[in-house]
Design a protein around this ligand. Structure first.
Ligand code: SAH
Ligand code: TYD
Ligand code: ZN
Length: 405
């Protein structure tokens, strides 16, 4: 019986995507023979309600010098992080000589605003390539995994942090015990630990099953994060739903007793309980809907191939690894994927080996259909690719169900 990574109780598996590659491991054409695969399966803890992967991938296989994801690739996300930084500067970082630490700062998309304001900061980022980009942007970065020992070391050299922040990173980290002990060692009295990640409530609502992949080890809810915080002497004192990346929640943790929780916390927990969000029945229904999407999407793409239509994909997202591998989408159904990230171009998608081409290839010439793998950026992408539809092209979306736009 698998065990919960947070509380050691029994984990109830409800979904098995089978053998899957690493979602960000875009392969060079001559290296397709030594891809790493693992069993992508999801379970829910019967005790603390944490939804999590059943199998863990060693962290150095995912986060290394060549990690290809660059956070600054979306203008919507650049603005989101600029506003996030601005809000910290106006609220939590107003005392004398404030200090902020970001876990998983990537290319520095958030810390750039902090650095520009002349505020003391440190990014902790294990992926060397993106860390170098952040340094090039004038940001102080330590190329390391954040964990208890790193946190103690930073506390010793830089002193306590008023804010510890992480976006789309804490859900990537199975070893939450070490993270929380590290936060406790580094956080100043009265400080906050703020993190934002894809929300399981949105995943269930939208059937956005492609949020499930190797790097998304946890699929958080307010209830499971609150229970986790309590185990480590912290309390969940605020939650804020965010529209980015298909629906996220920003959680604010403070040491127990230090802050009065915002009523929004109890409200969201009550909503989750009313929705029966982490129950085996809800999880089983989610699994059923995912199977339907797979069948519909495969049927559509096979029909389009039979009709001789040209189908390409847009956005070589990490998320798309789950869709492509679970639905068996190879170059026979989707000729290539267009993506703006230089580190992904010229490579093949993990497991399914669809060639990744630069974004410019999209219009050269426009395909009949475009499978929008980066559906979380739909507004931004459809706005800049208006000519595609004017030329008669159609977008294929598969969230919350398969449909054409
Ligand atoms: N915060 C950025 C990046 C998210 S991608 C954004 O929201 O766009 C997740 C990042 O977390 C990667 O850059 C990865 O290298 C980093 N990461 C993974 N494990 C980590 C750890 N233990 N400590 C710090 N960063 C970590
Ligand atoms: P994203 O959905 O942010 O994350 P993940 O990889 O975690 O699923 O990835 C967006 C991808 O889409 C990224 O590779 C960049 C690409 N992209 C474009 O090619 N054009 C665009 O206009 C945008 C916004 C993203
Ligand atoms: Zn548990």
């Amino acid at each position: 019986m698998p065990k919960c990574r947070v509380c050691d109780s029994t984990l109830h598996e409800f979904l098995d995507f089978g053998r899957q590659p690493l979602s960000d491991a875009f392969v060079r054409p001559h290296e397709t023979d030594d891809e790493f695969f693992f069993r992508l399966a999801v379970g829910v803890c019967g005790s603390c309600t944490m939804v999590q992967l059943v199998e863990e991938v060693p962290r150095d296989r995912m986060f290394h010098q060549d990690y290809p994801y660059h956070s600054s690739g979306s203008s919507v996300m650049r603005k989101h992080f600029q506003q996030t930084a601005q809000r910290f500067l106006e609220t939590e970082l107003t005392g004398p000589d404030p200090f902020v630490v970001e876990i998983g700062c990537n290319d520095g998309v958030m810390l750039r605003t902090v650095a520009d304001a002349g505020v003391r900061h440190l990014g902790v980022e294990p992926s060397g390539g993106v860390a170098e980009v952040a340094r090039g942007n004038g940001i102080r970065v330590r190329t390391d995994f954040f964990e208890e020992s790193t946190a103690r070391d930073i506390a010793g050299t830089d002193g306590p942090a008023n804010v510890i922040y992480a976006a789309n990173t804490i859900c990537h980290i199975p070893y939450l015990d070490s993270i929380m002990r590290g936060v406790d060692a580094l956080l100043a009295p009265g400080g906050v630990f703020v993190f934002e990640d894809p929300y399981f409530g949105d995943i269930v609502e939208k059937t956005s099953f492609d949020q499930i992949y190797d790097e998304h080890f946890y699929l958080f809810t307010a209830r499971s994060v609150g229970a986790m915080a309590e185990r480590f002497g912290f309390a969940l004192v605020d939650v804020e739903r965010l529209p980015v990346h298909g629906g996220e929640v920003r959680y604010t943790l403070a040491r127990a007793g230090e802050r009065t929780p915002n009523p929004a916390v109890a409200e969201l927990v009550a909503e989750e309980v009313a929705r029966d969000l982490a129950s085996p029945a809800t999880c089983a229904r989610l699994a059923e809907r995912i199977t339907h999407i797979r069948d519909d999407l495969t049927a559509l793409l096979e029909r389009l191939r039979a009709e001789g239509k040209r189908v390409v994909a847009y956005g070589a997202t990490a998320k798309s690894a789950t869709v492509a591998n679970f639905c068996g989408l190879g170059p026979d159904l989707v000729s290539h994927v267009c993506d703006t990230t230089p580190a992904k171009q010229g490579r093949l998608t993990p497991g399914t080996h669809i060639p990744v081409l630069p974004a410019e290839a999209f219009a050269d010439p426009y395909p009949d259909y475009a499978l929008l793998f980066a559906w979380n950026h739909a507004e931004e992408i459809m706005a800049k690719e208006q000519k595609f539809r004017q030329a008669g092209g159609k977008w294929i979306l598969y969230v919350p169900e398969v449909h054409l736009v």
